[in-house]
Write a protein that binds this ligand. Structure first.
Ligand code: CO8
Length: 260
């Protein structure tokens, strides 16, 4: 199978651009997540790489989030393995020593939003048709505590509460208003703006920025690290319930029937 991720590292600037290129919607399957983590790990170990820009090669989707087919009708073993990969992706991204910027050039629901808020800074295409948010409750599922914590750390408790209970997807302008993204720019300037922003962040000495980032995020990361197994067990027992499988099936049917 062709790679789902392409990485271009500019050795003169120390900035890598990681492009998600898994049509139709960059959904996060086990295979995708494994490839993503391997690439992230490589860049993390590479002393010459100081900054990472995450983006998509698809025309209107950043990432549709977790691959629903990984959660629908799959064995508990497979579900557990999948969830471990989701955890790993978030742990690596949220805890990265690199400066991470999400160049959100399309819709970014659920797991796509988690990836975005796992970065240090978010630049989104100024298109009201693109949406972003943790919409899990709309699927009849529940965003786990570390999704919630990441959102709280980004937009604050009250906005996170509203947003999570309603499973709100925000249009790009709304997302800017609540601070879910930091900046909107025209579609064709998303990547160049990310590059410009990156150079500002890289002007800060790495060690000072890294210690500060860790100070802000360590508690949130440690909470998952000390509960990883229980979190996997919870996920598997929740997602394999008949009632939850029924909700997922209804959501999938809605997705398939919807003609936009
Ligand atoms: N997983 C699997 N397949 C998907 C997904 C997905 N997340 N999203 C879309 N697809 C499929 C569609 O069903 C469609 O398939 P087909 O061509 O066979 O009909 C194909 O991809 C293309 O999709 P669209 O036609 O909808 O493409 P558009 O460009 O019109 O729209 C969107 C793109 C906006 C991304 C739209 O597809 C969408 O809204 N998708 C659903 C996104 C979503 O709700 N994701 C939630 C996933 S759950 C998650 O990430 C966190 C779960 C936390 C777990 C907690 C449990 C305890």
């Amino acid at each position: 199978t062709s790679p789902k991720i392409k990485v271009d590292l500019d050795s003169s600037t120390g900035v890598a651009v990681l492009k998600m290129q898994s049509p139709p919607v960059n959904s996060l399957s086990l295979e995708f997540l494994t490839e993503f983590c391997i690439n992230l790990e490589k860049l993390e170990m590479d002393k010459s790489c100081r900054g990472l820009i995450l983006t998509s090669t698809l025309s209107k989707v950043f990432s549709a989030g977790l691959d629903i087919m990984e959660m629908y009708g799959t064995s508990p073993e497979r579900c557990g393995e999948f969830w471990k990969a989701v955890q790993e992706m978030w742990l690596k991204l949220y805890g990265s020593n690199m400066v991470t910027i999400a160049a959100i050039n399309g819709s970014s629901p659920a797991g796509g939003c988690l990836m975005s808020i796992g970065c240090d800074y978010r630049i989104m295409a100024d298109n009201p048709r693109y949406s972003i948010g943790l919409n899990e409750t709309q699927l009849g599922i529940v965003a786990p505590f570390w999704f919630k914590d990441t959102l709280v750390n980004t937009v604050g408790n009250r906005t996170a509460e509203l947003s999570l209970e309603l499973g709100q997807l925000y249009s790009a302008p709304e997302a800017l208003k609540i601070g879910l993204v930091d900046q909107l720019v025209p579609q064709d300037q998303v990547l160049s703006t990310a590059q410009d922003t990156m150079s500002k962040w890289l002007a800060i000495p790495d060690h000072a920025r890294q210690i500060t980032k860790s100070m802000m995020r360590k508690q949130t990361i440690d909470k998952l690290l000390s509960n990883r197994e229980a979190d996997i067990t919870n996920f598997v027992s929740f997602i394999t319930k008949d009632s939850i499988q029924r909700s997922l099936r209804m959501y999938l049917e809605m997705l398939k029937s919807r003609k936009v």
